[in-house]
Ligand binder design. Structure first.
Ligand code: 26W
Length: 832
C-alpha cells in the first residue's frame, strides 16, 4: 500500500510478491509465520486474539500486494480520483468482509481447521471499528466498498479517533456510556504512514504583507501547530483488483514542541500543550443530529480537512508539476454533510495565499472540485459556528468566508433580485439575526458545483423547503442520489445461508449486479423455495434468540414474529410510538388473555446521545416495560420486549437476518433516507412504515401489497401543523392511546410515577412535536394487518421473497455509479 517516491515503473515490479498464495496451504504458511515471527507465539500457545491477528495479517499480506499494484496503476495512468471527506466511518469488522470479498473465506476456514481452529470463533475476536454515529457513517463505509468494487480510484479521509462511539451498557434499565477502546491493543488492519505526516496551523492572526513589487498578500501568523499522522486501512472490493485506501489522521504535537521544551525550561507547560494537541483526535462526538458548536469539534473538522487537502495537493504536485489549471481534472472532493465544509475556504487559502492564484481563478477551481451531500433537514442539525469563535480558531478562513459571501451576495443574488435585502438575509453565509454565526450549509451550497439529497422525497423537500432561494439562483446545482447499501456486507457476509440459497438458485451474478435479484421473483410462490427461505429465516431467529438469552436473560421463541426497530434513538424516529403501541397491546392482552394475536418479540437496539435526556428516558421506558411484560404470566408469553444493548454494525449483522418486521416509523418529512430500511427488506423483513425518506421508494419497488404503509403524509403533517396540532384532541378521543400513556406514566412499571413523566409531558403538555398521537390509530391498524398477514405463512413468505427480489435499486453500487457519472465525472480504471 505504499505510496513511495520511487518511479512508477519500480512500483509495478515491487508489486510482484509470489509467496502469498491464495490457497489454504499458502494461508497456513502465512498464519503460522505471523504467529511465530510477528506475534512471537506459537500454534500450541497462541490465544484466540493472536489467531485473529495472525489471520488478519495473512489476509493483509495479500491485500497489500493488490493495494500497491492499484497505487502504481493509478499513478502510472495519472488518474482522476475521488476524495471522500467524512468525519465518520462505521466500518464494523473487517476480516470476514475482506475474506468474502476476496474469495478467501473457504481457504481460510480450511487452513484454520487444519490448524485446529474454528474460523467463526476467531472472527468473533475482532472489535468493531465504530468511528461513526449512525446512518451517515455507515453510508460512508458502504460507499468505500462500492468504490473499490467498481474499480473507481478513491481515497476516504477521516479522523483516527482513539475512542469511537461509546459502548452502551444498560444498568437498571438505563443507558450508561463506557469508552470504546477499539485500538488499545493495536489493530492489524491499520498501517501508520509517518512519511505522509502533515503540519497544520490554528489560531493566530492575519497580517497584510507586500513583496518587492509592492504587491500585497495575506499571511497567517503566530499560529499554533498540530501534526497529523495518517493511518491507512485498505479497502477490499468484491471480485476486484482495486484496493483503495481509507486514510485516518491522528493528531500529535509538532516538533516545535520539543524545541520549546528544551529551550524554555517550562517542561510542565509544554507537556500540557502536547496533551492538548493530542486531544484533537481523541474522541468521536456522540451527537447524531444536534449541533452544539463546541470549539474542539471545529478544531477536529479543520484538522482533518487541512491534513487531507495538503495530502491531495502533495499528490497532485508530485504527478502534475505546477499546473493548477489541471487540478479540477484530477481531483474531485465529496463533502459528507457540512462537517468538512471548511475545506472550501481552506482550498481558497492554499490557492490564493500560498500558490498566489488570482481570487477568481481560485474560486472557479474550488467550485469544480467540491460537491456536497445533505443528510438531514432537521433545523437543530444544521451546523452554525459563532463568528467570534470561528474567527479565533481560523482567522484567515473567516476573512475568506466573508469575501466569498460578499461576492456571492453582490454578484449572483443582486443580479437575480436587485436591491432585495430580504433575499440577501436568507441566502447569506453569515446569519446576522442575533449573535452572528457562520451557516455551514449555505457555505457548502455556494462553494460546490453539485448538492444532493439522499432520497427522492428528501431532495424535493431540500429544494422546496430548506433551500428554495438557492434552488432559484442555482437551478442546475441540486440533484437526488438515493442512498444505497453494499449487498456484500448486508447479505453475503451477514446472511451467508440466504446468500447461498440465492446463488444456488439464480447464480452469483447478483453480488456485482444487484438488479439480477429480480430473477427471484419467479420463485416467490415456489413451495420448495419458500421452505428453504423460511428455514433460513428460522435458523437466524434461533441464533438471535440465543444472543437474547445470553445477553438479556430473556427467553424468546423463534416461532414468534420478530418485530425490529434498530437505529439511533431520536424522537423523530419515534421509538416511543412503538413503545406506546406495545403498552396498548399489553393492556389488550390483560383484558382478553385469549386474544388471537400471533406471538411477537419486540426487539429494540438504539444508542442515545449522552446528553439527550428524553431519548434516554425512552430507553428506560422500553426496558421497564420489558421487565414487566416478559415476567407477567397473564400474557402467556404472547409478547416479549427486548432491548439489546450496544447496538452497532456487528449486532446489526446478527439481528437483520433474523427480522420479520422492520419498523421505519419516523414522522413524515423527518428521516432523510434511512438505510436500515434497505438492509432489513433485503433480508426479507417486511416494512411497517410511513411515507418518509427512502420508504417511499421501497414501496415503489416492492409494490403496495408487500409493505405496510400507515400515517400522515408530509403534506398532511404540514397541514396539521398549520391548522394547529393538539395532542390532547387525540388523547381524549381515543381511550386506547389515553390508557396506554396514563399507565406508562403511573407507578406500575418502576414503582415511581415520576420516572416517565418527561415522556408523558413531551407527548401531551409539550405538544407532541413528532405527532405520535396523530399517527397512533393508523399505526395500530397497520400492526393488526401485519398480525393477520403473518398468520398466513405462504402469503408472508411470498411477500418476503418479493422484498429480497426487488431491492436491487438500493445497492450502493447503483448509488456510487450515479455519483461517478453525475457528480464526479469519474471513470473505472482497468487493471494493470
Ligand atoms: C453536528 C451534529 C450532527 C451529526 C450528524 C448533525 C447531523 C448528523 C448527520 C447528518 C445525521 C445522519 O446520520 N443523518 C442520516 O444520514 C443517513 C445517510 O444519508 C440517512 O439515511 C438518514 O436518514 C439520516 O438521518
Amino acid at each position: 500500500m505504499s505510496e513511495t517516491n520511487s518511479s512508477p515503473s519500480d512500483l509495478v515490479q515491487s508489486g510482484n510478491l509470489s509467496s502469498v498464495e491464495n490457497t489454504s496451504d499458502g494461508l497456513k504458511v502465512s498464519i503460522g509465520n505471523h504467529l511465530r515471527f510477528t506475534l512471537a507465539t506459537g500454534i500450541g500457545i497462541a490465544s484466540d486474539r493472536d489467531w485473529w491477528v495472525a489471520t488478519c495479517l495473512a489476509v493483509r499480506d495479500r491485500v497489500l500486494d493488490l493495494s500497491s499494484r492499484t497505487n502504481a496503476n493509478h499513478r502510472n495512468k495519472n488518474v482522476r480520483r475521488l476524495h471522500y471527506l467524512s468525519l465518520e466511518y462505521l466500518m464494523g469488522r473487517l476480516l470476514e468482509n475482506n475474506l468474502r470479498n476476496s474469495d478467501l473465506y473457504d481457504a481460510a476456514k480450511q487452513a484454520l481447521g487444519e490448524m485446529g481452529k474454528d474460523l467463526d470463533s476467531i472472527l468473533n475476536k475482532e472489535p468493531d471499528m465504530g468511528l461513526g454515529n449512525g446512518g451517515l457513517g455507515r453510508l460512508a463505509a458502504c460507499f468505500l466498498d462500492s468504490l473499490s468494487t467498481l474499480d473507481l480510484p478513491a481515497v476516504g479521509y477521516g479522523i483516527h479517533y482513539e475512542f469511537g462511539l461509546f459502548r452502551q451498557e444498560i444498568v437498571g434499565g438505563r443507558q450508561m456510556e463506557q469508552p470504546d477502546v477499539w485500538t488499545r491493543d493495536g489493530n492489524p488492519w491499520k498501517i501508520v504512514r509517518p512519511d505522509y505526516r502533515q503540519t497544520i496551523n490554528l489560531y493566530g492572526k492575519t497580517v497584510q504583507k507586500f513583496d518587492d513589487q509592492g504587491k500585497g498578500h495575506v499571511e497567517w501568523v503566530d499560529t499554533k501547530t498540530i501534526v497529523g499522522v495518517p493511518w491507512d486501512i485498505p479497502i477490499v472490493g468484491y471480485d476486484s483488483e482495486t484496493v483503495n485506501l481509507l486514510r485516518l489522521w491522528e493528531a500529535h504535537a509538532s516538533d516545535a514542541f520539543n524545541f520549546h521544551v528544551f529551550n524554555s525550561g517550562s517542561y510542565m507547560e509544554a507537556i500540557h500543550d502536547k496533551a492538548m494537541a493530542e486531544t484533537v483526535s481523541k474522541v468521536l462526538y456522540p451527537n447524531d443530529s444536534t449541533e452544539t458548536g463546541k470549539e474542539l469539534r471545529l478544531v477536529q473538522q479543520y484538522f482533518f480537512v487541512a491534513c487531507s487537502l495538503a495530502d491531495i495537493v502533495r499528490r497532485f504536485k508530485r504527478d502534475n508539476p505546477a499546473h493548477w489549471s489541471l487540478f479540477p481534472d484530477k481531483v474531485a472532493v465529496q463533502l459528507n454533510d457540512t462537517h468538512p465544509a471548511v475545506a472550501i475556504p481552506e482550498l481558497m487559502r492554499i490557492l490564493v495565499d500560498q500558490e498566489f492564484l488570482k481570487w477568481n481563478e481560485a474560486w472557479e477551481i474550488c467550485k469544480k472540485i467540491f460537491a456536497y451531500t445533505n443528510h438531514t433537514l432537521l433545523p437543530e442539525a444544521l451546523e452554525m459556528w459563532s463568528v467570534p469563535l470561528f474567527g479565533r480558531v481560523l482567522p484567515r478562513h473567516l476573512e475568506i468566508i466573508f469575501e466569498i459571501n460578499r461576492l456571492f451576495l453582490d454578484g449572483e443574488v443582486e443580479k437575480m433580485w436587485p436591491g432585495d435585502s430580504e433575499k440577501k438575509r436568507v441566502l447569506s453565509i453569515i446569519d446576522e439575526r442575533g449573535a452572528k454565526s457562520v451557516r455551514m450549509a449555505n457555505l457548502s451550497v455556494v462553494g460546490s458545483h453539485a448538492v444532493n439529497g439522499v432520497a427522492a422525497l428528501h431532495t424535493r423537500l431540500l429544494r422546496e423547503k430548506l433551500f428554495p432561494e438557492f434552488d432559484a439562483v442555482f437551478p442546475d446545482r441540486f440533484l437526488n442520489l438515493t442512498n444505497g447499501i453494499t449487498f456484500r456486507r448486508w447479505l453475503d457476509v451477514c446472511n451467508p445461508q440466504l446468500s447461498k440459497l440465492i446463488s444456488d438458485t439464480i447464480g452469483t451474478g447478483w453480488k456485482k449486479d444487484a438488479m439480477k435479484l429480480t430473477a427471484l421473483e419467479s420463485y416467490a410462490d415456489d413451495n420448495s423455495f419458500q421452505q428453504c427461505y423460511r428455514r433460513i429465516k428460522r435458523d437466524a431467529k434461533v441464533r438471535l434468540a440465543k444472543i437474547i438469552q445470553d445477553t438479556c436473560g430473556i427467553t424468546v421463541s423463534p416461532d414468534a414474529l420478530f418485530d425490529v426497530q434498530i437505529k439511533r434513538l431520536h424522537e423523530y424516529k419515534r421509538q416511543h410510538l412503538n413503545l406506546v403501541h406495545i403498552v396498548a397491546l399489553y393492556q389488550k392482552l390483560l383484558a382478553d388473555p385469549d386474544a388471537d394475536i400471533h406471538p411477537r418479540v419486540f426487539i429494540f437496539g438504539a444508542k442515545a446521545a449522552p446528553g439527550y435526556f428524553l431519548a434516554k428516558n425512552i430507553i428506560h421506558a422500553i426496558n421497564a416495560l420489558g421487565s414487566k411484560v416478559n415476567n407477567d404470566p397473564r400474557v402467556k408469553g404472547k409478547i416479549k420486549v427486548v432491548f439489546l444493548p450496544n447496538y452497532g454494525v456487528t449486532l446489526a449483522e446478527r439481528i437483520i437476518p433474523a427480522s420479520d418486521l422492520s419498523e421505519q416509523i419516523s414522522t413524515a418529512g423527518k428521516e432523510a433516507s434511512g438505510t436500515g430500511n434497505m438492509k432489513l427488506a433485503l433480508n426479507g423483513a417486511l416494512t411497517i412504515g410511513t411515507l418518509d425518506g427512502a420508504n417511499v421508494e421501497i414501496k415503489e419497488e416492492v409494490g403496495d401489497d408487500n409493505i405496510f404503509i400507515f400515517g400522515l403524509t408530509v403534506e398532511e403533517v404540514n397541514d396539521l401543523h398549520t391548522r394547529g396540532y393538539n395532542p390532547w384532541d387525540y388523547y381524549w378521543a381515543d381511550s386506547q392511546v389515553r390508557n396506554a400513556i396514563d399507565w406508562l406514566a403511573s407507578d406500575f412499571f418502576t414503582g415511581n410515577s415520576a420516572d416517565f413523566k418527561p415522556l408523558r409531558d413531551s407527548l401531551l403538555d409539550h405538544g407532541d412535536p413528532y405527532m405520535v398521537l396523530a399517527d397512533f390509530a393508523s399505526y395500530a391498524r397497520a400492526q393488526s394487518d401485519v398480525d393477520a398477514a403473518y398468520k398466513n405463512p405462504a402469503k408472508w413468505d411470498r411477500m418476503a421473497i418479493l422484498n429480497t427480489a426487488r431491492m436491487g435499486k438500493f445497492s450502493s453500487d447503483r448509488t456510487i455509479s450515479e455519483y461517478a457519472e453525475k457528480v464526479w465525472n469519474l471513470k473505472a480504471v482497468s487493471r494493470a
